[in-house]
Design a protein around this ligand. Structure first.
Ligand SMILES: [Zn+2]
Length: 256
């Protein structure tokens, strides 16, 4: 068996594995970042609503105090109205009473509006707090998963890169050049093994005579359909292992 072809096929296996690792964490970091952003945004909105509630409650307290004060003044002026000596004094007191009436009326209107606002804001805050609790739980779960995945895949990736480094010197430069050129154009897969007489990349048939030659494990061909490097099935089996017969697979499934 050609050791260079064997190593080339092995390099492909390692790189595919690394690609899968990177892809597996590819979406999760994005999802976690999205959730974090959404969470911060909603927390900020809830913060604004809470501030509005606090301000409204303060105004309600102030209006309640003002109303009590105005009512007392109103009562006092009413009393004074009976004690005045001159028309001028009477008019002045009447003006004060009217003024107190007007302000009481205004305060009452304002109080009505604020009470509705306050009620709505409290209901909204409660809904948003519930939503935030759910979102925070989802975020924490995703972040935990990501951290786990990063920890797991980081070790695996390091190991794979170590293997890669050991294999590279076993492959000749011309193969590396083709490999690196074809890989990006073919979804990361530049080297495939024959599988029952067809290209393992595009599943197009390879001429019979060529299949026999490739399966001696001494040469490669370039697939005329997909342009990938095809090595013999014997090389694929040497790296991937023998495909298990169906009956054996069933037995193993039952045991496990
Ligand atoms: Zn092909």
């Amino acid at each position: 068996m050609n050791e260079v072809l064997l190593s080339l096929y092995q390099l492909q296996k390692i790189d595919t594995h690394i690609d899968e690792l990177v892809a597996s964490r590819g979406e999760l970091p994005e999802r976690v970042a999205e959730l974090r952003f959404a969470l911060e945004e909603r927390e900020s909105i809830l913060g604004e609503i809470d501030n509005r509630i606090t301000a409204n409650e303060a105004e309600v307290r102030k209006l309640t105090g003002d109303t009590t004060e105005l009512r007392e003044k109103h009562e006092k002026y009413k009393g004074q109205q009976f004690e005045v000596k001159t028309t001028r004094e009477y008019d002045a007191i009447s003006f004060q009473i009217e003024d107190a009436d007007r302000r009481l009326h205004e305060d009452s209107d304002r109080m009505g509006r604020i009470s509705i606002e306050l009620e709505n804001a409290k209901a909204e805050a409660e809904d948003r707090r519930k939503e935030l609790t759910e979102m925070r739980a989802e975020f924490e779960d995703s972040e935990k998963l990501l951290n786990q995945l990063m920890a797991e895949t980081a070790a695996e990736e390091k190991e794979l890169k170590g293997e890669r480094k050991k294999i590279l010197p076993k492959i000749t430069q011309n193969y590396i050049s083709i490999y690196e050129r074809v890989r990006p154009a073919k979804s990361g897969v530049a080297v495939v093994a024959l599988r029952g007489g067809v290209c393992g990349g595009c599943y197009n048939a390879v001429p019979r005579q060529l299949v026999l030659e490739l399966n001696r494990g001494l040469k490669h061909t370039v697939c005329e359909y997909c342009g990938r490097i095809i090595v013999g099935e014997v090389i694929g089996t040497a790296i991937d292992g023998e495909p298990e017969p169906v009956s054996q697979e069933v037995e193993e499934t039952e045991e496990s």
